[in-house]
Design a protein around this ligand. Structure first.
Ligand SMILES: [Zn+2]
Length: 205
């Protein structure tokens, strides 16, 4: 494996911090005052999907949770803590599940080979495959089938969010939690809104 020089990142960072200061003198001071991100994004850990970069966001704009294949698991204390803090402390009312075509985690679950520990995590996606078996089998081209699974997985994770006690409590308090199903395509750079693609109303608000 080739070794990269991480020092170049630190050098870049110094230049970036100086550039930010010169263009906006109070940029870092304003961040010290606290955060009020507009949305919580649940994305994949894949290095090619960096949501802030793709969506043109700045520091403080987005509260983010990432894991392999953007899964919402009801036993994942990490995700549940992030969601609770986002909704109850930061007052976030928009949650985006942000999948992506070409997802290795989705493909691994689809291929159903033995990959060790990660198989336990991928079991969440195998449930999605089982729930949509007939729909997926109707698609002849394998890549198209996996891309469809990427979309179905995003929609399934939206449903999982709705089943959390955090979501139910927020709805019980009369708060509107808007759920967004997005898929990033790194072959075009575009983010697709599944709500529009599938004309989903109002299951994904
Ligand atoms: Zn992925």
């Amino acid at each position: 494996m080739c070794q990269i020089d991480l020092n170049k990142y630190l050098e870049y960072n110094k230049e970036w911090a100086a550039k930010m200061l010169s263009s906006q003198g109070d940029y870092f001071d304003s961040l010290k005052e606290g955060q009020s991100p507009k949305a919580l994004l649940v994305g994949c850990s894949d290095s090619r999907v960096s949501p802030s970069k793709v969506l043109g966001l700045e520091l403080g704009d987005l509260f983010v949770h990432r894991n392999i294949a953007n899964v919402v698991s009801h036993t994942d204390l990490n995700f549940l803590s992030v969601m609770q803090y986002a909704v109850e402390n930061l007052g976030i009312h928009d949650i985006i599940v942000y999948g992506h075509y070409g997802c290795g985690g989705i493909r691994a679950a689809y291929e159903n080979k033995s990959n060790g520990l990660i198989d336990n995590w991928l079991a969440n996606i195998k449930d999605v495959i089982r729930h949509h078996k007939n729909e997926l089998e109707e698609i002849e081209n394998e890549n198209d089938r996996i891309n469809k699974l990427v979309e179905l997985n995003v929609l399934e994770q939206i449903e999982n969010i709705k089943q959390t006690s955090i979501y139910k409590k927020a709805i019980g308090r009369g708060e509107a939690i808007r759920l967004h199903a997005w898929v990033f395509d790194f072959s075009t750079g575009l983010v697709h809104d599944l709500k529009k693609k599938y004309n989903i109303v109002p299951a994904v608000v």
